[in-house]
Design a protein around this ligand. Structure first.
Ligand code: MN
Length: 316
C-alpha cells in the first residue's frame, strides 16, 4: 500500500514524522511546506487506497479534503493539537487529536510510542515554545541541563527554518531538513555532525543581527512599532523578533510591519505580556485576525498605516 506523509514544515511536524518513521520505516511520499502553509491535504487529493499520516495541521482547516480522502478509501492517521472543530467520524479515520495547551503534535506521537524517541519530542516542544512541557519531558529522561539546552537549540533552529512566505525564503525546504535528520535516531549525533544545523545557526544569528539594528519607527507609552524591508531575512525572523520584543518589554504592546512585494504590509501585533488582550480587536479593524494576545494583518495598505498607528495607540 502506498504511504503518504503530510506534515507541517516546522520542528513539531518534522520531529513528529521522524519519531513515527523511526518506529515504522516506510518509503513514503512527503507533502509539506512553510510553517504558515497549513492547507496541505489538498496536495494529496489524487490518493486512494493509501495510508496517509497527517501531522501538526488543523483538521478543521483541512476538513473538505480530509472527507474526500476518506471517501477514496484511504486510511488516515491524524496527530494534531490545533483547533479541530467537530472530529470526523469514519472507521478509516484514526484520530490522535488533543488541543490541550501543554501539548504539541510531537508530544502526542511520543505518547503513542510510549516515549521511545522522546529526545526528539523535547526538541519539538521547545520549537513550539512549550517550555514547561519540554523541561518536564527532559526531566523524565534525567537529562543534564547542557543536553537539554542542546535540544532546545535544535528545536528552535528547525522551527526558525520554517518561517517565510514561500519555500524560496527558507534556508532548506522542510522536506530536505527532514531527510537530513532522518538517518539519526540520536539527536545529539545529528547536532554534532549536521552541516544544515550549522548553516541554520549562522543564518539565525545574521537575521537577528539585522533585526536588532532596526530602530523603532514609533515609541509611545502604548508600545513600540517597527518596520522591516521586503526581504527574505525579514520574513524568516519577524516572529522570533516580535516574541523577543514582547519579553524584553512586558508592559508594552508591539507591532512589526514587514513590507510586501506589492507595497502593502504584513503586520504582526503582540499585546503587552502584562495585559495580554486586544491584539485581535485591533487587527479586525483592518481585516486581520488572530488571538487576543497575538494577531496579524495580511495586507495593510500604505494609506492605512497612519490610521493603524492611531488605532494601536488607542487600543493599548
Ligand atoms: Mn505544533
Amino acid at each position: 500500500m502506498p504511504y503518504i506523509d503530510i506534515f507541517n514544515g516546522d520542528a513539531d511536524g518534522i520531529c513528529a514524522l521522524h519519531q513515527l518513521r523511526l518506529q515504522n520505516p516506510q518509503k513514503s511520499r512527503l507533502v509539506t511546506g512553510v510553517k504558515r502553509d497549513t492547507l496541505l491535504l489538498q496536495h494529496a487529493l489524487s490518493a486512494h487506497d493509501s495510508v496517509i499520516t497527517v501531522l501538526d495541521i488543523s483538521s478543521h482547516a483541512n476538513r473538505e479534503p480530509l472527507l474526500q480522502l476518506l471517501n477514496q478509501a484511504n486510511t488516515v492517521h491524524y496527530f494534531d493539537h490545533h483547533f479541530a472543530g467537530e472530529i470526523v467520524e469514519s472507521p478509516l479515520f484514526h484520530s490522535h487529536i488533543d488541543t490541550s495547551p501543554g501539548v504539541c503534535t510531537s508530544i502526542l506521537v511520543d505518547r503513542y510510542l510510549a516515549g521511545k524517541y522522546r529526545l526528539w519530542a523535547v526538541a519539538a516542544a521547545f520549537g513550539d515554545n512549550l517550555h514547561a512541557s519540554a523541561f518536564q519531558l527532559a526531566e523524565s529522561l534525567k537529562l543534564e541541563p547542557k543536553k537539554t539546552a542542546e535540544l532546545r537549540e535544535l528545536g528552535e533552529l528547525i522551527n526558525y527554518n520554517a518561517y517565510g512566505e514561500t519555500l524560496a525564503d527558507l534556508h532548506f525546504s522542510p522536506e530536505t531538513l527532514y531527510l537530513s535528520l532522518h538517518p539519526f535516531s540520536d539527536p545529539f549525533e545529528f547536532i554534532q555532525s549536521s552541516s544544515e544545523l550549522k548553516q541554520l545557526r549562522e543564518g539565525f544569528r545574521s537575521d537577528m543581527q539585522k533585526a536588532e539594528e532596526k530602530q523603532a519607527l514609533r515609541k509611545s507609552s502604548a508600545g513600540r512599532i517597527f518596520q522591516f524591508p521586503n526581504a527574505a531575512w525579514s520574513r524568516r525572523v519577524s516572529g522570533v523578533f516580535s516574541n523577543q520584543l514582547a519579553r524584553e518589554s512586558p508592559e508594552q504592546a508591539h507591532a512589526l510591519l514587514v513590507e510586501r512585494t506589492d507595497g502593502t504590509f504584513l503586520v504582526g501585533v503582540r499585546a503587552p505580556i502584562a495585559r495580554p488582550f486586544g491584539a485581535d480587536t485591533l487587527c479586525l479593524k483592518f481585516s486581520g485576525g488572530g488571538r487576543v494576545a497575538a494577531a496579524g494583518i495580511n495586507q495593510l495598505a500604505p494609506e492605512d498605516v497612519e490610521s493603524f498607528f492611531a488605532a494601536f495607540e488607542k487600543q493599548f
